[in-house]
Design a protein around this ligand. Structure first.
Ligand SMILES: NC(=O)c1ccc[n+]([C@@H]2O[C@H](COP(=O)([O-])OP(=O)(O)OC[C@H]3O[C@@H](n4cnc5c(N)ncnc54)[C@H](OP(=O)(O)O)[C@@H]3O)[C@@H](O)[C@H]2O)c1
Length: 351
């Protein structure tokens, strides 16, 4: 997707952020009405000592024929196992893009030997995923068995039915570990550059199709027992709002609109920390607690010396203001702090 730092609109939902629900930790499917997919099958390697382990794909639109195995090296850097049995820490990543791949890498370090499946929109990046030790699957590919951990980190931009895609992801969760949906902080109903928290109100359904999509998807997750992580604008050096604005040079937007940010690595570490808690039907926020105006962001970019281009100006004078997100409640409950406390710190402008 192109970056979307804040999408404005919202809805009211029959859920409360940071509510405590019992953790069932049960084997039962949390969503009895969910669609059951018949079979993603992994074939057992004939010998564990073989140099290559085989995964047979059930996807008809895979670049690999339905019956041909994908061969992945059994080198220890590839943690996918050859067993049909679902491991207690196996993870399905729906949308293994920038965030999903960082999560996969951290998960491999956290749970060596766990199997990581990555479900994508196209086959375009399947070979890259296989090289990263992620078993690539096309969206709609059936899984032979549900998995204990599912994270949905695909953006809403490339599907006609985002809540439907999330429902399918929920149906692949076996209800044991965690199901986490990476949403956005956009639905918070705050446009005056003032403070906003996990439990601040969201605007009602029906105000904007863009936020309706997010809120309906969140509802699917919460009803299935999964958790929602509302992320601020994601960035790394070569991706994020600052890169987009730098490329444009002059941007028709007001400079004083306040944005909220979180580094991709921190969004990944927070996602994993939440999943490890095995909570149910909760809403968290992911941000660095260092809100900045558009102008402040680009001043940092111009000053840091890491970019060859110079940003010129924001020339807009109207449009809504933003908000200042604070996720202290999330941090306290999850026991998490970001590695990069702010964009200026990441860019080397602050200690
Ligand atoms: N970027 C931001 O500032 C921001 C802010 C708030 C929240 N978020 C959320 O953070 C998450 C991660 O963002 P990101 O930048 O890492 O995303 P990304 O890199 O754009 O994700 C791309 C990946 O998602 C796959 N994909 C796209 N639509 C899909 C669908 N409907 N079903 C299955 N797979 C699909 C793509 O498949 P292919 O390999 O076929 O391309 C690719 O693997 C997303 O949920 C996004 O909405 C982002």
């Amino acid at each position: 997707m192109g970056f979307v730092v804040e999408i404005h609109a919202a809805s009211s939902l029959p859920v409360k952020p940071l509510l405590t629900y019992p953790n069932p930790n049960s084997n039962s499917n949390p969503n009895p009405n969910s669609i059951r997919f018949p079979s993603f099958s992994t074939t057992r390697a004939t010998s564990p000592s073989r140099a290559f382990r085989r995964f047979s794909m059930a996807s008809s639109s895979s670049p690999f024929s339905p019956t041909s195995p994908i061969e992945t090296s059994s080198d220890s850097s590839l943690n996918a196992t050859s067993s049909n049995a679902v491991g207690m820490n196996d993870l399905l990543i729906v949308g293994p893009g920038v965030l999903g791949r960082i999560i996969a890498k951290m998960w491999q370090q956290e749970f060596p030997g766990s199997k990581i499946l990555g479900q994508t929109m196209s086959t375009d990046h399947h070979s890259e995923l296989a090289e990263l030790g992620i078993v690539p699957l096309l969206k709609g590919s059936p899984l032979s068995e549900k998995v204990p951990y599912v994270i949905f980190c695909a953006p809403p931009s490339r599907t006609e039915d985002y809540p439907g895609d999330v429902r399918i992801a929920a149906s692949n969760w076996n209800g044991e570990g965690s199901f986490l949906f990476t949403s956005s902080s956009a639905p918070y109903d705050k446009y005056d550059n003032d403070w906003c928290y996990e439990d601040s109100p969201v605007v009602p359904l029906g105000r904007s199709p863009r936020t309706d999509v997010l809120l309906k998807a969140e509802n699917v997750v919460l009803e299935a027992g999964g958790c929602v992580l509302r992320l601020a604008g994601l960035y790394k050096e070569d991706r994020g709002a600052h890169v987009y604005w730098l490329a444009k040079g002059i941007v028709d937007a007001r400079p004083d609109h306040i944005l909220n940010l979180i580094h991709y690595e921190d969004a990944a570490s927070l996602s994993i920390a939440i999943m490890k808690k095995r909570l149910r039907s909760r809403i968290f926020v992911g941000c660095d607690n260092h809100p900045l105006s558009r102008q402040e962001i680009m001043d940092c970019v111009n000053r840091c010396g890491k970019f060859s281009q110079k940003f010129e100006a924001f020339v807009g004078t109207d449009g809504p203001l933003g908000k200042k997100m604070n996720n202290s409640k999330t941090r306290e409950e999850i026991g998490w702090e970001p590695k990069y406390p702010s964009l200026p710190a990441f860019l080397g402008l602050e200690d």
